[in-house]
Design a binder for this molecule. Structure first.
Ligand SMILES: N[C@@H](CCC(=O)N[C@@H](CS)C(=O)NCC(=O)O)C(=O)O
Length: 193
């Protein structure tokens, strides 16, 4: 299997984390977001959505969308709860991650840390929504160690992917002690620390 991704992208790192945790072999094809390589004729011929990450299976089938890829690769593993309700709770966080978390935290981090846009010139609504998302995560983590069920699942991996870069994006995590402890916990499980 080939993974087309960029190491600066949390969405791409999600796929790498799952493969590494589950010992799934892959070839990583480094594809630059900043150089717009996903939009090149060769790469967009493989994935017409012109986004990263995507995977190409041995038989040529292509799958995009980080959370769909993680789910596909993790079927039958402990990263998806066997209890149907807990699995649905995991999905609840995966959908929320894309709409309410990544769309704010990752976008601000991209503009501020990678394009070097001063925070004052970034979209202030996205900054406010990013903090609201952090507030919700902090509340959840004040009562739970993980986002779904009693151990690390895809929900934690998806949220970790950009929460680890929140401070690069100018989001201050000092007031979020439970998020900081959870980040350490996930990093330990991923052997990232
Ligand atoms: N919802 C998609 C988002 C994918 C996405 O936004 N990818 C960015 C990198 S994180 C990208 O490919 N940007 C390059 C571009 O738009 O040219 C996912 O989760 O995979």
């Amino acid at each position: 299997m080939k993974i087309y991704g960029d190491h600066i992208s949390g969405n791409c790192l999600k796929v790498k984390y799952v493969c590494d945790l589950l010992s799934i072999p892959y070839d990583w094809v480094e594809t630059s977001v900043l150089k717009g390589e996903a939009r090149s004729p060769e790469i967009s011929a493989l994935n017409p959505a012109k986004q990263l990450p995507f995977i190409v299976l041995e038989d040529g089938r292509v799958l995009s969308q980080s959370n769909a890829i993680m789910r596909f690769l993790s079927i039958g593993s402990g990263l998806i709860p066997s209890d149907p309700f807990e699995a649905a709770q995991m999905d609840q966080w995966l959908f929320w991650e894309q709409y309410s978390f990544e769309a704010n935290i990752a976008v601000i981090r991209f503009h501020h840390a990678l394009l070097e846009t001063p925070l004052e010139e970034c979209d202030q609504t996205k900054i406010e929504k990013g903090y609201s998302a952090l507030d919700l995560m902090e509340k959840h983590l004040s009562a739970h160690r993980w986002f779904a069920g009693a151990k690390l699942t895809l929900a934690d991996i998806a949220l970790y992917a950009y929460a680890q870069f929140a401070e690069e994006g100018g989001f201050k995590l000092l007031a979020y002690p439970n998020i900081r402890c959870w980040l350490d916990r996930v990093a330990r499980d991923l052997c990232q620390d």
